[in-house]
Design a protein around this ligand. Structure first.
Ligand code: SF4
Length: 346
């Protein structure tokens, strides 16, 4: 049932302190509740055992905690875990834990559905319903951290914003979530372990640079030839490569941090020398890394992974021009948890 009570986690710590003062209590009570909400990740007011029963009831009367619920959890043969996450208003998003030998990476969603239209991506078939709130993004990370500790005996080491949605179309909330994730009053993770992956929204990349964010940037490029890129990512018509490149130059001039490009090589689309040469010309202005990602077909088979000769051609040509390149094998394919497969099939 819809509630008119306010989500308590929309309040800043100062606002929470002020609320308690307005109730005739001490500001310190706000600190205690804030700690329960963010560090201890309390799901209910009842969990707050060092708060008096009367105060907990008063909080219950005024606020809600819109905590996410992991509806279903699927575990792949390779240890990858995919969560279908239920939001307080019934919508579902997905998040993934990707364990490797040295890392435990969370891939989190930033929107319900997506407003962009990458033709190779399962999420693009879901209309964008709404942006996720900062606490809904934060909760996905907490849930995956707990799963990593439970199944792999170690905490989460990295986070990528590469799940459902375009994070830069929900920039303010993504930023607020990252603030909490990196705060000592949250998960205290280093921003250097967080990567925001965008399909390339030039205006927002410039804004990130001007905001002097400390996390990493990855761009899903897939082609450095406008005509080809527009055919697979139609929004490229409105955000052409020249604008993207200008925004990235601005990013690099401000941050001096290496830019990562996510790149899939498809049969008959970009598996040729001309495409690699265009990629080199596009990214050589700054230290760059190209992740050549293995493609996971989404049902209709329109896009097919290029053969290994083509992928190796990319690797060799990039390396010969001193651009770092790696081949990323996909994980969690058997549970549709791999890149581009998140579409609420669970
Ligand atoms: S690849 Fe990312 S930006 Fe493109 S449609 Fe899928 S979720 Fe949206």
């Amino acid at each position: 049932m819809a509630t008119t009570k306010k989500d308590i986690r929309a309040l800043t710590k100062d606002q929470l302190r002020e609320f308690f003062v307005s109730q005739g209590d001490k500001p310190f009570r706000g600190n205690q509740v804030y700690e329960w909400l963010w560090i201890k990740s309390a799901h209910t007011f009842e969990d707050m055992t060092n708060i008096s029963i009367e105060t907990r009831q008063m909080l219950e009367d005024n606020f809600v905690i819109n905590h996410i619920k992991v509806d279903t959890m699927q575990r792949s043969n390779d240890g990858t875990i995919k969560n279908a996450v239920r939001l307080h208003d019934g919508f579902l998003v997905e998040s993934v834990l990707i364990p490797t030998k040295s890392r435990s990476t969370a891939c989190v969603s930033s929107q319900v559905g997506c407003s962009l239209d990458c033709r190779f991506c399962a999420t693009s078939r879901l209309k964008r319903m709404r942006n996720l709130n900062p606490d809904e993004i934060y909760d996905q990370v907490v849930a995956i951290d707990q799963q990593s500790r439970l199944y792999n005996d170690r905490p989460l080491s990295n986070i990528v914003f590469m799940g459902m949605g375009e994070p830069l179309m929900n920039y303010n909330n993504v930023l607020k979530a990252i603030d909490k994730i990196t705060s000592k009053e949250g998960l205290a993770m280093s921003p250097k372990r967080i990567t925001v992956s965008t399909s390339g929204v030039p205006k927002m990349i410039k804004k990130m640079a001007d905001d002097e964010v400390k996390f990493n940037l990855a761009v899903s490029l897939h082609s450095a030839i406008d005509e080809v890129r527009t055919s697979i990512m139609p929004f490229n018509e409105h955000f052409p490569l020249a604008d993207l490149r200008e925004a990235l130059e601005h990013w690099y001039s401000k941050t001096k941090s290496r830019i990562t490009y996510e790149y899939i090589v498809w049969k008959g689309i970009n598996d040729n020398k001309e495409a690699v040469e265009a990629l080199i010309q596009f990214c050589k202005f700054a230290p760059s890394k190209v992740n050549l990602i293995e493609y996971n077909p989404i049902d209709d088979g329109e896009f097919q992974q290029a053969n290994s000769e083509a992928v190796n051609m990319y690797l060799n040509m990039l390396e010969s021009r001193n651009i770092v390149a790696t081949i990323r094998r996909s994980r969690g394919k058997d549970i549709d948890a791999a890149c581009g497969q998140l579409a609420n099939k669970s």
